[in-house]
Ligand binder design. Structure first.
Ligand code: FES
Ligand code: FES
Length: 165
């Protein structure tokens, strides 16, 4: 079937087999920031936004995204103009191998959008990252990065964020 969706703000139409999951559809088209991990909904590496909600793309059939809006890590920011959450992870050295990072950034984006900005409590930051497995950082720095990002996004000086999202 042809899967038509809005991907990172642009309309795309891609061929897909009925059994294909969204992770694979994205990665086949070069969006490799969405990682393949457990493929059972347990690690968070494959997280994307589906109509603004965080979902594990390994459990979403590509066909289920038909007619919907999908945002991947590539849609949040760029090298030249990173999203404040991406900046907070980099500046806070919350990235080691980086495999879990896109999923964590997506989780923070979904949560902060829903909440309408920062600041967050440490408990909230821990909870929003629950289900995101990291084998490198011990979680301390990612939690700190999420708290810093929430603060930055609550700051009127980061008002340009919406254009980047
Ligand atoms: S690969 Fe999807 S949750 Fe682990
Ligand atoms: S930074 Fe390596 S898995 Fe999280």
């Amino acid at each position: 079937m042809n899967v038509e969706l809005t991907l990172n703000g642009e309309a795309v139409s891609w061929e897909s087999e009925p059994h294909e999951f969204l992770t694979e559809l994205l990665r086949r088209h070069g969006l490799i920031g969405t990682k393949r991990g457990c493929e059972s909904g347990d690690c968070g590496a494959c997280a994307v936004l589906l109509d603004g909600e965080e979902v594990p793309s390994c459990l979403v059939l590509a066909a289920q995204a038909h007619g919907h809006e999908v945002t991947t890590i590539e849609g949040l920011g760029s090298w030249e103009r990173p999203h404040p959450i991406q900046e907070a992870f980099v500046d806070g050295t919350a990235v080691q191998c980086g495999y879990c990072t896109p999923g964590m950034v997506i989780a923070a984006k979904a949560y902060l959008d829903r909440k309408g900005g920062g600041p967050l409590s440490e408990r909230e930051a821990r909870e929003l990252l629950a289900g995101h497995v990291c084998r490198c950082t011990g979680y301390v720095k990612p939690i700190a990065a999420v708290l810093r990002a929430a603060e930055a996004l609550g700051d009127p000086r980061s008002a340009g964020e919406e254009e980047r999202a």
